[in-house]
Design a binder for this molecule. Structure first.
Ligand SMILES: [Fe+2]
Length: 221
């Protein structure tokens, strides 16, 4: 998708708002199930991009858009009682080749100079947020471990402990099953950090939903 088209596409998705979120929330006994935390990993940005928004596929001033498959992620940030939260949602991830824009990433895969790698969104009064990004590539960690495509999330809301977690793609079953980070999540909670990508004629790109449920228990000091 060319830069111009992606900008038009971003406008269209803004106009669409979040009205297309129809998937049911993860309800347990009338409550929303807490999103399990996961490790932050080593590649949280050391420097943040100048272009700071929720569209990681286009960088201001660049003629080319990011390489790879554009996807849309939409969801809500909610309490355990399924009430919407005003929150800041940060994401960071590898580009389509599986490389982070980070000094300590040893992966020899090429960096994509047109990918934003990090972005943030703020939720509206219904708790809704959205991102336009690229489906990340997997990357090797050891000789016998390849991390599946995943996106790192950090969610902060006033007066609540922050949540750091990772989101996976259900279509990457083989790599997901062997991933040492995902396997630390209790089996019955893994569906809470798993996203289905679905075609959507109105958006013309695949999109998925990730609802995030924050723990309201104050942090013990
Ligand atoms: Fe990662």
């Amino acid at each position: 998708m060319a830069v111009k088209n992606r900008r038009i596409f971003l406008k269209q998705t803004s106009l669409l708002g979040m009205g297309l979120i129809t998937a049911p929330l993860s309800l347990t006994k009338g409550k929303c199930s807490l999103t399990p935390p996961q490790t932050q990993g080593p590649f949280y940005p050391l420097q943040f991009p100048l272009d700071q928004n929720n569209n990681l596929t286009v960088i201001d001033g660049h003629k080319k858009a990011a390489f790879g498959e554009t996807i849309v992620i939409r969801g809500c940030v909610l309490t355990e009682d399924c009430q919407p939260l005003r929150a800041r949602v940060e994401i960071w991830q590898a580009c389509a080749s599986g490389r982070y824009n980070h000094d300590y990433d040893p992966n020899p895969a090429p960096i994509d100079p047109n990918f934003q790698y990090w972005g943030y969104a703020t939720t509206d009064d219904q708790g809704k947020y959205s991102f336009i990004t690229i489906k990340p590539g997997g990357y090797p960690v050891t000789d016998d471990w390849v991390r599946p495509p995943h996106i790192h999330f950090k969610i902060t809301a006033p007066k609540l402990p922050p949540l750091i977690t990772q989101l996976y793609f259900s279509e990457e079953e083989k790599l997901n099953q062997k991933d040492r980070i995902l396997q630390r999540v209790p089996p019955h909670q893994r569906n809470l950090v798993m996203m289905d990508l679905k075609a959507d004629d109105s958006l013309k790109v695949r999109n998925g939903q990730f609802n995030i449920i924050l723990n309201q228990t104050p942090e013990l000091v």
